[in-house]
Design a protein around this ligand. Structure first.
Ligand code: NAP
Length: 233
């Protein structure tokens, strides 16, 4: 399905999963509003990109307003920006606690809050890049899990609220994906594990799959795991 004439806002689009989603949306013809602290436009056309921290609601509102003004509205929002820090609960610094909750959870609330006014009256989609960590409690990832369960709850609740407006809300919940994120601090990952993980493009294709379903139904949640990871335990 082509997305010509559709407009998507993607957060955390400067690299990793967000960049892969942005590129695939663009290939399908979508216009883009891209948010990341670096403000990277990925070298694409039909893009509004500016430095934007998802902890800053006003910055997100400005990005969404500018995107809607240039392209006539917003049809799709992909709340993807996220950070992770892992380790024993008591060992996590205050800085890490706040960053995970603020970027992952409040950042997702703010992103949808900023985009939604421009989506009402159009048949649109809210996609939240949650995680397997939003579906089960993982030891040494307690605060990350809390932020991801929060995202899942937010998106499920919005599904109930926005369906009557023709807006679909989907949680995408990957396991390990070979991005910078997978090598982040505390999880003990090394570059050795990357070949066994999914790619950012694998996840982006699932996002596109959800977006391209006929409007008569919606995907509420999709969980994807690399063959190297067990599903439970
Ligand atoms: N990789 C995995 O194994 C995995 C698994 C499950 C779920 N996820 C989720 O997938 C999402 C994307 O992860 P990824 O693997 O693509 O990570 P990544 O490669 O580290 O990319 C993270 C993106 O988020 C942006 N970002 C970080 N903090 C931000 C902030 N305060 N404001 C705006 N943008 C910010 C970064 O851009 P700037 O640095 O330029 O701001 C970057 O574009 C995250 O929500 C993550 O929790 C990842």
């Amino acid at each position: 399905m082509k997305l010509d004439g559709k407009t998507a806002v993607v957060t955390g689009a400067s690299r990793g999963i967000g960049a892969a989603v942005a590129r695939m949306l663009h290939e399908r013809g979508a216009n883009l509003g891209l948010a990341s602290r670096s403000g990277n436009d990925l070298g694409l056309e039909r893009v509004v990109a500016r430095p934007c921290d998802v902890r800053d609601l006003e910055a997100l509102v400005a990005l969404c307003d500018a995107t809607a003004e240039r392209f006539g509205g917003i049809d799709i929002v992909v709340a993807n920006a996220g950070v992770g820090a892992y380790g024993p609960f008591l060992d996590l610094s205050r800085e890490h606690l706040d960053e995970m909750l603020d970027v992952n959870l409040k950042g997702t609330v703010y992103t949808i809050r900023a985009a939604l006014p421009h989506m009402l009256g159009r048949e649109g989609d809210v996609i939240t890049l949650a995680s397997e960590a939003g579906r089960r409690g993982l030891p040494y990832e307690a605060v990350y899990c809390a932020s991801k369960f929060g995202q899942v709850g937010l998106t499920r609740a919005l599904d109930g609220e926005l369906r009557e407006h023709g807006i679909r809300c989907t949680n995408v919940c990957p396991g390990g994906v070979a991005t910078d994120f997978a090598l982040d601090d505390g999880r003990g990952r090394t570059a050795d594990v990357l070949p066994g993980m999914m790619t950012a493009e694998d996840v982006a294709e699932v996002v596109l799959f959800c977006l391209e379903r006929p409007r008569r139904f919606r995907m509420l949640e999709t969980a994807l795991r690399p063959m190297t990871e067990a599903s439970w335990g």
